[in-house]
Design a protein. Structure first.
Length: 53
């Protein structure tokens, strides 16, 4: 088990693990938000095309 935790003795490994976990949490959230916004904008475009002002 020591071989598994041994790399965490280095500061850059702890920072890399923290950055990887942060990106793993934030990227799906931002991606989902952008996808929802794009779908909303697409619906607005279709609505404007069907019912022009």
């Amino acid at each position: 088990m020591d071989w598994l935790l041994n790399p965490l003795n280095y500061e850059f490994m702890r920072q890399a693990l923290t950055a990887g976990m942060l990106m793993g949490i934030l990227c799906p959230i931002v991606g989902t938000y952008l996808l929802v916004q794009r779908m909303a904008l697409l619906g607005e475009v279709v609505g404007q095309a069907v019912l022009p002002r």
